[in-house]
Structure formats: C-alpha cells, structure tokens
Design a protein around this ligand. Sequence first.
Ligand SMILES: [Zn+2]
Length: 244
Amino acid sequence: MEILKKIKDDKQAEQFLIEIGVLKLKDECPYCGSNEVYSIRRNHFKCKVCRREWSKYNDSIFKDIRIKPLIFLKIIEELSKGRLIKRIAEDLEVSYNTVLKIKKLILKRLLKKVFNIDDLKPLFSIGIKGDLSLEYNEEVNIEELSKIKNEKVARLYIFKNYYNYDLYIVFSEKPIKLFEKFSIKLDLNDIRKELKVLLKNFSEKISKGKITNANSVLFTIVQNHYIAHNGSDKLFYLFLEALK
Ligand SMILES: [Zn+2]
C-alpha cells in the first residue's frame, strides 16, 4: 500500500485517520462544554476551565479497539489483502482477538453499506451478475433450485446462470438434502474470467476449512469480489470508508 509507506509513526497514522474521517477527536470538554482544551500526557486532553481530564479517544474508534493508530492501519491493510487473522496477529504481534474485532467491525459496517442488512440469516444467497455486482437475498427458492445442478463447497451451494445471475451462491448452516442430489463439479469454463477467479479464490479458502461461519463466508465473498473488481488497494480504502 503506497500510503502506508509514507506513514512512519503513530502520530502520522493518527493524522491520516483524522483526515479521512475515521478518527474523530472532539476538542470540546465533555464535562463543561468548553473549547479551551489542551493535550496533556499521551492520549489525554485537559480542560482549562474545569480542569478535568479525559482520554482523547473517548467516543472514537479507539475506545473499543485499544490499539495504536499505525498498527491499526497495518491490520486493515492485511485484512484487505485477504490474509488470515492468525497470520496477521503473528506477523504484527497483536492478539488474535484484536484482529478479529477489527474484522468483525468492518464486516458489520460493510454488510450495512453493501447489502443494507444488520445481521446474517442461517440461510441466504448471494447473486453475482456479469458486471460483478452482488445481491444479497434472504429468500431462497429451494424447490426450484433443487432441480438445477450445483457444486457444493462446504456449506455453500454454487449455481450457474440462475435468473439474471451469472453465479448464484446459497449459504446454509444446515445441509440442504434436496440440493445434494444434483451436486457435481461444475464446468466453469464458460463463465467470465473475473468470476472464475473470484469463485476459485473463495472456494479454496472455504474448502480448506479456514472459513466456517456465515459472517466469514460473506466477508470473503465481498472481499474477493472487490479485489477482483478493483484490486486490494481499493479494498483498503473501502474498509476505511466502512469504519467512518
Ligand atoms: Zn471543562
């Protein structure tokens, strides 16, 4: 990531996060409302009028995610490259839970932004069109789909050319017996290259058992979709955008 090469320390990282609107610091006293506040020891503000102190990260993204700005950016960069949480945590020497927390937060915001939903259902589908746009549906016509060939990858059933979708992916927490009669290895030679890459990338991760729950599945689909569409640089900004 070009921008991250230029950001050398926490101060610059904090400045960057403020500029793009992810980090919002209020220079107003939360106790008396005075604007006469100044920085004291690390990460704290003090009010000139009432003399009280508070963490400057109150009400900001760093209230819940207790992490330094530079490492935060690096985690987002690694997530945008599609790297595994475990690896990111090891490489950057942060806890697994910190990375997981950031990933969950990004996903939650992305779901809202991309699909306008708050929570995932145990059964849903994602339709992908030729222009690589994604559509999330909670209504899955099992009867109709059970007559069509599909490829099963862990808890996903992948269909080709269903309605106006080039690919139609059903996620189900429980196996759908009716689909399994027609589960085969799909011939993907006739689908668009970008879609093939997208499908290959996430089915590899999913079949290796690295992605197990609905959230991760959708995160991976959205992630690979954006990488296929715009490259991972764009995804880094999309993730930051989601965190605003
Ligand atoms: Zn005050």
